[in-house]
Ligand binder design. Sequence first.
Ligand code: BES
Ligand code: MN
Ligand code: ZN
Length: 487
Amino acid sequence: MIIKLQTKSDANSPLIVALFEGEAPESSLLGKNTLDLVAALTKSKVFSGKKDQILNSVFDTKTKPRVILLYGLGKEADWNEKEARNFGAKIIRAAKGVKEKTVDLRIPSLAQDDLQAFAEGILLGDYNPAIYKTGEEQKKREKEALQTISLLAKDWDHHQRERISRAQALAETINDTRDLVNCGPNHLSISAFVDEIRGAAKEHSITITDLDKKKLEKLGMGGLLAVNRGSEESAHMVILEHKGAKEEPLVICGKGIVFDTGGISLKPSNSMQDMQLDMAGAAVVLGVFKLLKKLDIKRHVIGIMPITDNAVGPHSYRPSDIISTYSGKTVEIANTDAEGRMILCDALSYAVDKYKPKYLIDLATLTGACMVALGYRTAGLFGTDQGLIEKIKTAAQRTDEAVCHLPITEADEKSIKGKLADLTNLADVPYGGACRAAAFLKQFVGETKWAHLDIAGTAFTKEPKDYEVNMATGYGIRLLVDFLENL
Ligand code: BES
Ligand code: MN
Ligand code: ZN
């Protein structure tokens, strides 16, 4: 769907008039008949503009019948970016009910940030995950799909146009990322995911390095290779580079498990459902790189994506195996389902070793424990540098991608010490799982300023926000882009 910016209503399209409480629309936009109608409704208090009040199927019978829907935006004073984004999504849902290809939408004059957020809400709220449906359902989906939404305002300056095109770039990338994360693992195997990244790198002229099994063996990436042992396909460590400035690089790293069965420590069936989501961290890194190009962000950024599945097979790594990681540290495997930390440890120490980053940030659907602690809307944030933590918290607040800073205590670090090897991949105490996983990762970043986002809950939701639906959310893309742009 595209957003067009117009200054006059097209009398043939359905019209949505979004109004603040007590606001009267301007005449130039709507034409006299429509304006009279809206004025009569607002004056008589049939429509007051109260938050989420909807008045629909009103026909302007003086000319050709036309669907007009009034939508209440509540008190202007209560508006902020978050509200704007939510309203964008709610209004697009109302607009879909009209079942036309093009809809006009009159909005009040908004602050720049609110306008962008509103457009993000429209475009993110338009997302429908059901791309594999056939027959009647497919027809229904196509029928409901809007092609154009024409935003109506008195005038549009170039700042506003720029904000709308930013929203368009962000939302398009996020919706593509959602599709990628939702995609069943039979359609998104390891090699298919790597091909997808390669294609995007080519399209956006991103520098790409792809380390396959042979190269990983040479480098001694024992953690990633251990998890990959049960797989039919080679593991990959894919590295992207965007050199938008001459500066110390920033590294972002994402967990890329295309499907997590748990391995020999097999997951129970209920927990295995949806485990295609386990590459969401890597998908977010890819999304951010598309946007570094689309938005021309002047930073030097490296993206690292360790990619494999965690499969059961005759050669799968086992509980009790002892693994030598890229860092030289050894790990005894207590549970093959704690595979995320085994692939990330190699990615993180490689990042530190090779790029000496100013900041290192990883995103991973790492622990169910993080979901237990924080639910679907808040990611766990861990790290070694308060300055970096604060920057991420600020970006989280601005983008409505919430984080909660959690501790890595001495006890957490102690709990992951091994009996035979340096480390164990699972502490024997069943509590504080998210903190203990983070404590494990911390052993591989040395003195680097590092932050870890546990996105197990936020990446794939069963409690969607207004601009989300059940399943993949694309959480983290707006957060990271905001972080990079405001550094
Ligand atoms: N990918 C899972 C974590 C996860 C769980 C993500 C639910 C999204 C939703 C991860 O690899 C995993 O299996 N974690 C285990 C760790 C345990 C074995 C220490 C978990 O959380 O149960
Ligand atoms: Mn697992
Ligand atoms: Zn996993």
